[in-house]
Ligand binder design. Sequence first.
Ligand SMILES: Cc1cc2nc3c(=O)[nH]c(=O)nc-3n(C[C@H](O)[C@H](O)[C@H](O)COP(=O)(O)OP(=O)(O)OC[C@H]3O[C@@H](n4cnc5c(N)ncnc54)[C@H](O)[C@@H]3O)c2cc1C
Ligand code: FES
Length: 283
Amino acid sequence: MHTILLKEILTERTWHMRFAAPLIARKCQAGQFFMLRIHENGERIPLTIANWDREAGTIDIFFQEIGATTELLASMKEGDSILDVVGPLGNPTHVEKLDGTFVMVGGGFGIAAGYPVARAFKEAGNRVIAVLGAKTRSLLICEDLLKGVCDEVLVATNDGSYGTQGMVSDVLQGLLDGGEKIVLVYPVGPPIMMKVISQMTMPLKLKTIVSLNSVMVDGTGMCGSCRVTVAGRTRFVCSEGIDFDGHEVNWDEMMSRQKMYSRQEKEALEHYHEHGGCQGGCR
Ligand SMILES: Cc1cc2nc3c(=O)[nH]c(=O)nc-3n(C[C@H](O)[C@H](O)[C@H](O)COP(=O)(O)OP(=O)(O)OC[C@H]3O[C@@H](n4cnc5c(N)ncnc54)[C@H](O)[C@@H]3O)c2cc1C
Ligand code: FES
């Protein structure tokens, strides 16, 4: 059992939680994730390890309530426990001293997922810029956290309520036009955003590493659920990623596979609402 030590709401339907998970906290590195299961009948879901404290034995997550499992997790309180966690999973992001600027581009929960990676590149002695995107100012998360580890934090909101009005790609274009010597772009967030950024940087031959969030079941390379095509080859995101060259990902296939369980996800959410929070164990 893993106790929830801290729970705070960040924006409507986005939460920050801290769990006791000493074995994961001891080993995890930037770019890795873990899988959690709330109770015996629950599904396992993958979540990025956004922060950790090795001495205290804790890990932090930032998550959006978008379906049955994340709604159930959001309904839990400090002091409650989840049944089990598996991790750290995935390969750590390759971090090195670069000959130019590292730009992390984050959208949605991807902002929190990009935080440990931005921090690791800063710790490796790089100039680091974070470009954060949100629909509107009240939905922006982790800005202060990123300000603590980046040389610059730039924001784009769709409605112009904060930062630049537009998309993260507009802000990245502004950096490129302004002569920033960018050598590595790291988009993390909604697949469509990662696709657009990758398409933008491809003709510039600007290295772009994406953090893929395909649908995962076991998270250890055995089920094939998370498969994507990269450079014409089938790859398993959980065991061979989660970072890949954004210029080589078959984005259309990746995005269509994101929707492959839509019917079951809808049914699970309806069941969850009808049965007062049960995820199937009461059937
Ligand atoms: C490596 C990785 C890291 C992630 N990190 C975070 C994070 O830090 N914060 C966060 O809010 N979300 C994160 N996600 C997405 C998160 O796993 C899904 O939001 C969650 O599984 C949804 O479950 P649900 O039952 O609430 O919703 P559902 O209704 O089951 O699903 C809603 C949508 O979430 C996606 N999804 C569903 N199940 C999975 C699954 N098993 N694996 C991946 N995606 C799924 C699908 O696109 C689906 O359409 C991550 C995903 C991956 C693969
Ligand atoms: S989640 Fe099963 S192979 Fe990746």
